[in-house]
Design a protein around this ligand. Structure first.
Ligand SMILES: Nc1ncnc2c1ncn2[C@@H]1O[C@H](COP(=O)(O)OP(=O)(O)OP(=O)(O)O)[C@@H](O)[C@H]1O
Ligand SMILES: [Mg+2]
Length: 344
C-alpha cells in the first residue's frame, strides 16, 4: 500500500525560528537526543521484502551516511521516514513522532530531497521556490526573506531569474536542496545528492552539508559509495538487500573491517630503510614489513599503546623519521568488504 500525499505540510506555518534541533548539539553523541529511530522497520512491495527489520538510531546533529548498492532499500527507507510511503511492519519516528500516526507533523520536521529532480517547465528559480514556499504556507513577506536565505545558502542568488529547466545537474541539485530547506526542517533526508556531480560540486555539497550541520540539523544522506562524503559523516549504516550489515561511528566501522592496520614511516635517511624494517619485524603486533625507497610500510594488529611503543622503539634505535602515519582504510573498502559478507 502506497501513500502519496502532497509534498507540503498543511498544518499551518512551520515554526522557522523555533524548529526542533535548531540549537547547537551537545558535544558527546550519547547525550544528544535521538532524531531518527526505526524499530523492525519492514517494507514489502507486492509481498517481496525490500526492507527487512531495520533498526536505526541517528542522533541530533549527526551526518549519517546511508550506504548500499542498487536496490538495497535506501530510497524505500527515506520515503518511509518522510511519511511518503507506509511501512508494512515496524515503527519509524522522527524526534519521537511516529511517521505513520502523524504524517503532517513529520512533513514539518523533515526535508526530503528525492534522487531525481522533477520537470518544471518555464519557471524561474524564484517562481519555483515561491511555489513551494506557498505550498508550505509561508506567508508572503516572510517567504521573500526565507527564499533569499536559502538562495544565499545554496549559492544560487545570481540565478534567481533563470529558468530551472535550463539548469545543469549540479544547479538542479542545489535548487532542489534550496526548496527542501524552505520550511527550515530539523532533519534532512537527502537521497543520493552527490550522484552525477563533478568533483568541485561534490566539494561544495560537502561544505554546504557541514554548514547545515553547524545550523543544528540532522542529516541523512544516501549513497552507493560515500567516497566524497565519508569525511563529513559522523556515523554510517551499510545496507544490503534490505538488511543493515553494519552501523555506527565511521571510525568503528573502519576498524571492524580492517583486520590489521597499516602505517608508513618516512625516514630522514633513506639508507635506514633496511635497518628500520629489520627492527620493526621483531616488534610486538607487527605482521608484515616492507622496506620502500626512503620509507617503511608496516602492517600490524596492535593496540594504541603498542603503536606508541613502536614509535619509542624507533627513536631509541636512533632511526630518524619525519612522519609515522596510518594509512586509513576508506569507506569504499569497508563497503566492499561488508557487502561481500566477509564480516563475521
Ligand atoms: N514501487 C515499487 N514497487 C515494487 N518494488 C519496488 C518499488 N520501489 C522499490 N522496489 C524494490 O525495492 C527494492 C529496494 O528499492 P530502493 O529503491 O529502496 O533501493 P535503493 O537502495 O534506493 O536503490 P538505488 O541505489 O538503485 O536507488 C528493490 O528491489 C526495488 O526493486
Ligand atoms: Mg534509491
Amino acid at each position: 500500500m502506497t501513500q502519496e500525499p502532497d509534498q507540503a505540510p498543511s498544518g499551518g506555518e512551520p515554526a522557522r525560528d523555533s524548529a526542533p534541533g535548531a540549537a547547537p548539539a551537545p558535544a558527546t553523541p550519547s547525550e544528544r537526543p535521538v532524531a531518527v529511530r526505526t524499530k523492525g522497520l519492514t517494507k514489502a512491495y507486492d509481498g517481496k521484502v525490500a526492507l527487512d527489520g531495520l533498526d536505526l538510531e541517528i542522533r541530533e546533529g549527526d551526518i549519517f551516511g546511508y550506504i548500499g548498492p542498487n536496490g538495497a532499500g535506501k530510497t524505500t527507507t527515506l520515503r518511509i521516514l518522510a511519511a511518503l510511503l507506509l511501512p508494512t511492519r515496524g515503527r519509524a519516528e522522527i524526534a519521537g513522532i511516529d511517521v505513520v500516526k502523524e504524517p503532517r507533523r513529520i512533513k514539518e520536521l523533515v526535508g526530503y530531497m528525492p534522487d531525481a529532480f522533477g520537470v518544471y517547465e518555464n519557471m524561474t528559480l524564484l517562481e519555483y521556490l515561491d511555489f513551494f514556499g506557498a505550498a508550505y504556507k509561508i506567508p508572503k513577506p516572510k517567504r521573500r526573506r526565507v527564499i533569499e536565505d536559502v538562495l544565499a545558502l545554496t549559492d544560487l542568488a545570481g540565478k534567481r531569474t533563470d529558468p530551472v529547466s535550463a539548469f545543469s545537474r549540479g544547479m538542479k541539485q542545489r535548487a532542489c536542496l534550496a526548496k527542501t530547506l524552505l520550511h527550515d526542517p530539523a532533519v534532512l533526508l537527502l537521497d543520493e545528492p552527490a550522484s552525477g556531480l563533478d568533483p568541485r560540486a561534490r566539494i561544495e555539497l560537502r561544505e554546504l552539508l557541514r554548514e547545515l550541520q553547524r545550523m543544528g540539523k540532522t542529516i541523512v544522506v544516501s549513497s552507493h559509495i560515500l567516497t566524497e562524503l565519508s569525511t563529513i559523516c559522523s556515523t554510517v549504516g551499510i545496507l544490503e538487500s534490505g538488511k543493515l550489515v553494519a552501523a555506527g561511528p565511521v571510525e568503528e566501522i573502519l576498524r571492524r573491517v580492517s583486520a590489521h592496520r597499516e602505517f608508513v614511516v618516512d625516514l630522514l635517511e633513506p639508507g635506514d630503510a633496511a635497518r628500520a624494517a629489520a627492527w620493526l619485524q621483531k616488534a610486538p603486533g607487527v605482521e608484515r614489513v616492507e622496506a620502500l625507497d626512503g620509507s617503511v610500510r608496516v602492517a600490524l594488529q596492535a593496540t594504541e599503546p603498542q603503536v606508541a611503543a613502536l614509535i619509542e622503539g624507533l627513536v631509541a634505535e636512533r632511526i630518524r623519521f619525519t612522519s609515522f602515519r596510518e594509512e586509513r582504510a576508506d569507506l569504499e573498502t569497508a563497503f566492499m568488504t561488508l557487502t561481500k559478507g566477509q564480516l563475521a
